[in-house]
Design a protein around this ligand. Structure first.
Ligand SMILES: [Mn+2]
Length: 282
């Protein structure tokens, strides 16, 4: 037994030595991704994009303490009591290994994947947020959410969201066999290949609903960074009628961008060059 007690601290110390020797101390930084829309073909096929995302997560994991996935990870998602869509298995396996590597993960639902009923929480131990939250880290306050249904306009979607969140509608949909239900969702997702109409168009910051939401957000509430997805356009906008900066995380359809919070503040990065740039007023 003496040997046993001696062996455990020795292993821990040796492990710490190995980590510092490699220069890969446990990560501190907090990462934010949104709008993968897995299942939908865009600049690349969904499977190729899934692979690019997984490679990016593999590169950042050593300096990450936490990763927020800020909505629309899946172009379609429906989970049954005993079944989930199979097409995102590599990404879901990656979430599992990131969790096992000690990285905290939290997911927000988006307007495409709001039907998350417990799979991520119960089988992967990942909290799922359906509404925006405030985060405090590195002395900064962040207001983080997908961004759907915030600000003026978007009335059609705001109505649909009520139906989608209705438990009777969800119960009815659950009676449809997964081969049919997921098959139909996959079919419609693939339709976007024909039109390529989903590429977002930017006109002016003043016309951006999420900018308007941030500008009018409780002026006395301290928020340093507003962080949203949904718009599919990477943006950094210094607010004019209150303090704080609005960031949009962009997407992994056409921009391949993410946000990172370090002790130096929040910034947007691109992990795969598509020749696009971040829209900003600073
Ligand atoms: Mn989206």
């Amino acid at each position: 037994m003496d040997g046993f007690y001696f062996f455990i601290p020795f292993r821990f110390n040796f492990g710490a030595y190995l980590y510092s020797a490699k220069g890969t101390m446990a990560g501190q930084n907090i990462y934010f991704f949104s709008d993968f829309h897995l299942g939908r073909p865009a600049l690349h096929s969904s499977d190729d994009r899934q692979q690019l995302i997984i490679e990016c997560l593999d590169r950042i994991k050593d300096d990450a303490s936490k990763i927020y996935f800020v909505g629309d990870l899946f172009d379609y998602w429906y989970e049954y009591k005993h079944a989930i869509p199979i097409h995102f298995t590599p990404f879901i396996a990656t979430l599992y290994s990131l969790k096992n590597a000690g990285i905290e993960i939290e997911i927000f639902t988006g307007n495409h994947d709001l039907w998350m009923f417990g799979f991520f929480q119960n089988h992967l131990g990942i909290p799922v947020h359906k509404d925006p939250i405030e985060i405090t880290a590195f002395g900064k306050t962040l207001f983080v959410g997908h961004g759907d249904g915030l600000g003026p306009g978007d009335y059609g979607y705001k109505f649909i969201k009520k139906i989608f969140r209705n438990s009777v509608c969800q119960w009815l949909f659950s009676r449809v066999h997964p081969n049919a239900a997921i098959g139909i969702m996959k079919f419609f997702s693939n339709q976007s290949r024909k039109v390529n109409e989903n590429k977002p168009v930017f006109i002016d910051f003043k016309d951006e609903w999420l900018v308007q939401f941030c500008e009018s957000y409780h002026p006395n509430d301290q928020v340093d960074y507003f962080v949203f997805g949904h718009r599919h356009l990477p943006m950094k906008y210094k607010l004019e009628s209150r303090s704080g900066i609005y960031f949009n995380l962009g997407d992994s359809l056409y921009h391949y961008t993410y946000g990172i919070l370090t002790d130096e503040g929040f910034s947007l990065e691109q992990y795969y060059d598509t020749g696009t740039s971040i829209k900003t007023n600073i």
